[in-house]
Design a protein around this ligand. Sequence first.
Ligand code: ASP
Length: 407
Amino acid sequence: MKKKFSLPAQITVALIAGIIVGLICAGLGLADFTANYLKPFGTIFINLLKFIVVPVVVLSMVSGIVSMGDMKKVGSVGWKSLAYFLCTTAIACVIGLVIANLFNGAGLFKALPLAEGAEWTGATDAKFMDTLVNIFPTNLWESFRTANMLQVIVISLMIGGGILAAGEKGEMCKKLVESAYAVVEQVMAFIITLSPIGVFTMIAWVVATQGAQIIGSLALVILCAYVAYILHTILVYSLSVKVFAGMDPLDFFHGAASAMIFAFTSASSAATLPVSTECVRNMGGDDDISSFVLPLGCTVNMDGTAIYQCVATVFLAACCGINLTIGQMVTVVITATVASIGTAGVSGAGMIMLAMVLTAMGIPVDMIMIIYGVDRIFDMGRTTLNITGDMSCALCVSVWENGRLKW
Ligand code: ASP
């Protein structure tokens, strides 16, 4: 029998081919070609994922809650997941700060001036209390329309809880949700089959248009962030799946590979949700638990973003001639953890929330413009970490709740 060319294999081939095409286009001065003719196909693909993400989050969370059967179990899964998210994010901040300080201490962070006239126009007023108030929706359709994921999660929790509380009278709603989710899953499966096209076109565009900047002056800051990303992945995720889920870390990374590659190229946790759901299912995670944990994680659990915010803060502080004290670093850990929770799972969101950390440190927010041009490169790595953390959490919580994985 002929062996099927599996999706993870297709995605890997697409990644390698995209890098090669990107390098060739960069060499031939065809970066515009990739931006004008390749990237649009990647954008179509990401748009399709964005279109499906709100229905997926709502239906998968509601059906996850309903199938768990009682709010006590939902509460138990919820608290365990949040505890896992908070601990790993705090560890991510510490790793980010340690590595950034090592680079800075070794004199590797060369201060770069802000380009003449550069001005930061992103949000600067992201305060903790505002984030808290904004979690609660005022209008259901508005939250769906703007894909405000924290609000979408609150809505899903309330609807799921409502169906459970309604008992027999809620039966019809329960069936409706289950049936709608089955339909959305089919649409999702179709969109996922297109992912090699998305991966190929997006990576070719990134390599062709931003390859030169990686080699340029910001290379060391990018290297620093990637060292911290890799360290966190190896230390925290390998250990947690090994210790809590009893899984061989190599099996975990093998199983998670297609979602990781996908996150790397799309730079969006929300867009990666359908792929990570599939990966966790294949690794033996509990469906009900992962349909609750993954949408929650792709909205609030952002270890990569936290690392990036710590590294960027140390670097930009160095550019201003500031060396952070231990007390200030504790503030960075706290604000970066909160900022990462408030970061939306879409590309570039972590850079906007960086403003919150910089403001807390008294660093001018305009300094973000120094790293603005290469944000995509940071973003690809941080998104990969963000969704890897969600997948490891879903597996650990599956084992905590059921005693073992499905296989
Ligand atoms: N792009 C990241 C994500 O989707 C968020 C960020 O910009 O840090 O997870």
